[in-house]
Design a protein around this ligand. Structure first.
Ligand code: HEM
Length: 499
């Protein structure tokens, strides 16, 4: 991933275009096709992405920049494997938004200076984004007007995602600097790296060029996402499904060297564990006693999100280091899924290796983060979009800007001359008209609310107050989360705002 000796050459390339006279699309596309026959996957992806980006970005079939030509030449030499990874490019914004990476780093560092919890929050957010539908920033999306309940509302995320506001801040800053240029998916990948570095990891390159997805659906998580109760076979299976190895599982779980978990994520291990034992016997008894002190038994009407958060690593809980692995070996793994890594002989051997060698783990962890950052990325203008706001797809954002009243009026007006408007069907009394859904009005304190709130004459439900960790399959599937209008009897809930 090092640019190495090619950095000066690449940066020296001017953006002046070279015109390929008399080159038709079909013949120009045969160039990479013949070059690609001896390429490996990375090189093949790079060549095709270069060609497609160069042509579509400029909407001309006969123009390649000198930069594109040089890169193609280097690809042909087999030299740029180091520069470009799976079609993503280190220094992607060098020409279009050179300050982007620096600005994101400054924002992340500022936010972490104000709240240390942002660093683990961003790393987790990035992993959760990439693991489900790839690194497309779908984790950041709010509910769509079509009513898709987004990924972030899934119980598998525990309703405890942190760092969304940091990404919003970075995005709005970058939109001022270079509008519609830096994707939210890239911002998240840079921010996760910067958070890891702020927590003590040596820096690593983040190749960029991801575009943002346009859909996010909580239904994509159940059965596809690791949860705290999983053991090694299931965790390995889930990681393999995403093209990640068992070693990646062990390496990446080391992120639990910083941050923590809310009591409800592991309370099953310290209260009523089984008929034989109240406390999970695989836990160090002293550690279990400390956990019980920090997490008293829950009363039925306690809000789990207000429960205390316990650090994963009691020794160096703000430093991204290998202490997590020593803690595991000392039976102080917080989640069942953490402890599982020492119960399986194969993963235990890896845990022992990483517990011995911090530098090795740090280096391999960075490489694993790079692998995660390439999961199902959207590349090239034909795919996804560069969102203007990370919480909304672009079309939806324009809709949201229309005043709500205007939308309601439009809804009530029957088309005056239906025969002139082919896309609007005449209203026959026997056909049931589908009323278009109103976009959900963004509420400035939505992230802080648990429960219902009122906007004019409608009642909106923000977050379901679950009674603790629910197995993903049993989580209520009715689409009442995240701002869907709740009518009838439920209107009575509309006084129960909690901040
Ligand atoms: C292997 C399966 C994994 C499971 C079951 C799991 C589960 C969890 C749970 C339950 C929490 C606590 C959330 C809370 O209570 O707020 C958590 C926190 C965290 N997870 Fe994981 N995780 C896994 C893998 C990963 C990976 C691969 C990464 C990153 C590469 C990661 C990064 C983090 C971080 C940094 C935190 C702390 C967040 C904070 O303090 O805000 N986790 N994880």
């Amino acid at each position: 991933m090092q640019i190495g000796p090619f950095a000066p050459i690449i940066s020296a390339v001017s953006t002046k275009s070279i015109r390929l006279n008399n080159v038709r699309p079909s013949s120009s596309l045969s160039l990479p096709a013949c070059l690609c026959s001896s390429f490996n996957n990375n090189q093949r992806n790079l060549a095709s992405s270069l060609i497609s980006t160069a042509f579509t970005r400029r909407r001309r079939w006969d123009i390649l920049t000198r930069g594109d030509m040089l890169l193609l030449f280097l690809v042909a030499l087999g030299a740029v494997d180091a520069l470009i990874v799976d079609g993503l490019q280190v220094g992607f914004y060098g020409q279009t938004c050179p300050e982007a990476e620096g600005a994101i780093r400054d924002i992340v560092n500022n936010e972490i200076a104000m709240d240390r919890g942002i660093a683990p929050g961003l790393i987790r957010l990035f992993f959760h984004d990439c693991f489900i539908t790839g690194c497309d920033a779908s984790i950041l999306l709010d509910e769509s007007p079509a009513g898709d309940v987004p990924e972030k509302e899934s119980s598998a995320n525990g309703f405890t995602l942190v760092g969304l506001n940091t990404i919003d801040t970075a995005k709005s800053t970058l939109e001022t600097m270079c509008p519609s240029t830096v994707s939210c998916a890239d911002i998240l990948a840079f921010a996760a790296r910067d958070a890891a570095v702020a927590a003590g990891l040596p820096s690593y390159d983040v190749a960029a060029g991801r575009r943002d997805g346009v859909r996010s659906n909580m239904d994509d998580l159940p059965g596809n996402f690791p949860v705290p109760g999983h053991h090694v076979p299931r965790l390995t299976e889930l990681f393999n499904q995403r093209g990640l190895s068992q070693e990646d599982l062990v390496l990446l779980s080391g992120a639990h060297s910083i941050g923590g978990a809310h009591c409800f994520m592991f309370s099953n291990r310290i209260y009523g564990f089984s008929e034989q034992a109240d406390v999970d016997p695989t836990l160090d008894p002293e550690y279990a006693a400390r956990l019980r002190q920090m997490c008293p038994p829950r009363k039925p009407d306690d809000d789990p999100q207000q429960a205390p958060k316990v650090k994963f690593d009691a020794q160096t809980g703000e430093k991204l280091d290998n202490a997590y692995y020593s803690e595991l070996l000392a039976k102080r793994g917080l989640l069942t899924s953490d402890n599982a890594l020492i119960e399986d002989p194969q993963t235990r051997a890896m845990v022992e290796t990483f517990a011995r060698d911090d530098a090795l783990w740090q280096q391999k962890f960075a490489q694993a983060m790079q692998r995660v950052s390439m999961l199902d990325v959207l590349i090239g203008e034909g795919k996804g979009q560069v969102r203007k706001q990370c919480r909304l797809v672009n079309k939806q954002e324009e809709q949201q800007q229309q005043p709500q009243q205007q939308l309601e009026e439009q809804e009530q007006q029957p088309p005056q001359f239906p025969w002139f408007r082919q896309h609007q069907r005449p209203q026959f009394p026997w056909s049931r008209q589908r009323r278009p859904r109103l976009p959900f009005p963004h509420h400035p304190v939505a992230d802080m609310i648990n429960g219902f709130f009122r906007v004019e004459r409608r009642c909106y439900f923000i977050r379901l107050l679950s009674g603790g960790p629910l197995p993903e399959e049993s989580f209520p599937r009715q689409r009442s989360t995240a701002g869907q209008a709740v009518t009838g009897a439920n209107m009575r809930h509309c006084g129960t705002l909690r901040f």
